[in-house]
Design a protein around this ligand. Structure first.
Ligand code: CU
Length: 143
């Protein structure tokens, strides 16, 4: 083997080692999913996510009353954060998020388990839960 060939081989090995960690974290990028809340629905009502893929649910209230976001996914996710106008306003154990008309709130998290997780609004109008009036949906987390 010529000395030059050996250099190329070593370069190749080094590049392999250096490039592998750069190629892997494609799953680290945050996926943004926009959801609209109004009387009485979430659009879209079904969203597909991936285990380990960080997601930012961008919730906009296009209705005329306050709405909420609650979901069983919040118990099966890590690093839950709530952001308003790009400012982190809450993190850790989040149970529900309430947002006023015309406001947008971002619920960011990384799903830890595959499965189907309900989400809904627990506000009430005339004694009726918004969930029962149609404000509900499903987050399907796949592998
Ligand atoms: Cu509601």
């Amino acid at each position: 083997m010529h000395r030059f060939d050996a250099m190329v081989l070593i370069m190749g090995l080094l590049m392999g080692v250096l490039f592998l960690p750069l190629a892997a974290p494609a799953a680290q990028a945050t996926k943004t999913v926009s959801l609209t809340a109004k009387e009485f629905s979430f659009t879209p009502a079904s969203v597909t996510l991936k285990v380990g893929q960080r997601v930012a649910l961008k919730l906009t209230n296009e209705g005329t009353v306050n709405h909420e976001f609650l979901s069983t996914i919040l118990n099966a996710a890590k690093d839950v954060e709530i952001k308003v106008d790009d400012v982190r306003v809450a993190a850790g154990k989040v149970e529900e998020v309430e947002f006023a008309p015309r406001r947008t709130v971002i619920v960011e998290f990384t799903p830890l388990k595959a499965g189907k997780f309900a989400f809904w609004c627990a506000e009430q109008t005339n004694g009726k839960l918004h969930r029962d009036l149609g404000m509900k949906g499903t987050l399907t987390v796949g592998r």
